[in-house]
Design a protein around this ligand. Structure first.
Ligand code: AMP
Ligand code: ZN
Length: 469
């Protein structure tokens, strides 16, 4: 049984069969981190979720037939500000910036490797695609092309994209021109022809900002143009999948589409657009001011969250227990449950040679990356060689030592029994199979487990459990 991959496309708001442009080279681009500080656990979500998609695409089309690009944004005003704050003038500011982005990118690699994430096929750095004549495409060439075609104009050292020049603008985010003009985030500047026009290039102060010589003077690119140039250089004019977090739909992805389509003359930039939902912490938006801002590194290396360190593979499982399009509530309890589940699974497969991959798990993943259903299916696998192979497909090492750090605070034996039943019951409820969900509730009651169905802060169904006293 070969499952068909279906994905929910933000462009059409529909779930549809995925048909690659070229099955011998399936091409995906994910917007990567801006490297000025430790990546937080919200940043880890697209990295983990689209790593699962990368692995699934490799499973369907073959390892050498998938090209995955995830960039590093190493030119950005947040980077400049941070570097300037740290600058001791012992070296040039540009050197300070380079050092900050080098160290932060290296930290990012260390963090996400612990989460079981495969390296992408290409990891371009924005600074290498500004005006480097050796690349198939660079930012200065895209900007010059847009000016030539009447979609952009130079004004006071800036180059702006003229939004009204593109009638299809707003298609991805489904925003009207009026909404956009009213949008508080639109910067008003005297040199803009239209209030919605956005920056492709801006002047740099040679003393305090990084810059490149260009036909429009010494300056630096805007954020959106970076992804248009890197994706165009490495994946071509039209590619299969473009992904990132929900917050990128507008303006970032809308503007990438505008730049690329007006430059190439094609109707689309990527056929399928995928967006992961947001992560919050213990029911609250993560923010520095609320004191609940957690980095991947803190979870792995310090006692900041729940008073202990967490193995990377536990974080991976905790992230994948929620469907990627739903909001996720990151809680200590969720991590404890993920740990107990993972321990139980790893105990079963310890020392087992991987065999065939489970068709049922692949079918669940193929249904718009339904990872909660995939885990429910995983619990039903009796053949340990199949279980080992399927865990590996999902990016889990099957190595008990890898999750050895820290003691499981919940009764692992009980959780091991209860968790799969709860997962199966949630799946039955989602499928409106109420007879089965009632049967599972009774089965749990017989074990002394009381269930509480509720809604998380995000409005999604959540089931918690406790042992009746
Ligand atoms: P940034 O470095 O801010 O551009 O973010 C890198 C990636 O992380 C983007 O795909 C964002 O959409 C994503 N992201 C940022 N914050 C969160 C969050 N709280 N939950 C989920 N994804 C997030
Ligand atoms: Zn991007």
């Amino acid at each position: 049984m070969a499952a068909t991959l279906k994905l929910t496309n933000t462009l059409t708001r529909e779930k549809a069969d995925f048909v690659p442009i070229d099955p011998a080279n399936v091409r995906m681009y994910v917007c990567g981190p801006t490297v000025y500080d430790f990546a937080h656990i919200g940043n880890a979500r697209p990295v983990i979720v689209f790593d699962v998609l990368f692995r699934l695409l490799r499973h369907f089309y073959g390892e050498s037939h998938v090209t995955y690009v995830r960039n590093i944004t190493d030119v950005d005003d947040k980077i400049n500000t941070r570097a300037f704050e740290r600058w001791t003038k012992k070296r040039s500011l540009n050197e300070e910036i380079r050092e900050l982005t080098r160290v932060t990118a290296a930290q990012f690699h260390t963090d996400i490797a612990a989460l079981g994430v495969l390296p992408p096929t290409h990891e371009p750095r924005a600074t290498e695609y500004v005006c480097d004549g050796t690349r198939p495409l660079d930012m200065v060439r895209v900007i010059a092309g847009l000016i030539e075609k009447g979609h952009a104009y130079a004004a006071e050292g800036h180059v702006l994209f003229n939004v009204p020049s593109m009638p299809a603008y707003g298609r991805l985010s489904r925003r009207s021109m009026d909404d956009m003009i009213a949008g508080a985030r639109v910067e008003v500047a005297p040199y803009k022809k239209d209030p919605t026009d956005f920056v492709l290039w801006k002047p740099s102060n040679p003393e305090t900002e990084p810059g490149w010589d260009s036909p429009w003077g010494f300056g630096r690119p805007g954020w959106h143009i970076e992804c248009s140039a890197m994706s165009g250089a490495l994946l071509g004019e039209v590619f299969d999948i473009h992904a990132g977090g929900l917050d990128l739909i507008f303006p970032h992805h809308e503007n990438e589409i505008a730049q690329t389509c007006c430059f190439t003359g094609k109707e689309v930039m990527a056929n399928v657009w995928l967006h992961n939902g947001f992560l919050q912490v213990e029911g609250q938006k993560m923010s520095k001011s609320l004191g609940n801002f957690i980095t991947i590194n803190q979870l792995l290396e310090t006692d900041t969250f729940g008073g202990r360190r967490w193995p990377g593979e536990v974080l991976r499982l905790a992230m994948l227990r929620t469907h990627y399009r739903q909001p996720i509530d990151w809680t200590v309890k969720g991590l404890e449950e993920a740990e107990a589940t993972l321990k139980r699974l790893y105990e079963k497969v310890s020392g087992v040679m991987p065999g065939a991959i489970s068709d049922e798990v692949v079918a669940a993943l193929a249904d718009d990356l339904n990872t909660p259903l995939a885990f429910a299916e995983l619990h039903r696998i009796a053949d340990t060689t199949k279980l080992a192979a399927t865990l590996k497909l999902l990016g889990f090492s099957c190595d008990l030592a890898a999750i050895g750090a820290g003691a499981a605070p919940v009764d692992a034996a009980l959780a091991a029994k209860v968790e799969p039943l709860i997962a199966a019951r949630l799946a039955a409820r989602a499928a409106k199979n109420f007879a089965e969900s009632d049967r599972l509730r009774d089965e749990l009651a017989a074990l002394g487990i009381a269930l509480k169905d509720g809604k998380g802060a995000d409005g999604q169904p959540v089931t918690t459990w406790e042992l009746k006293r």
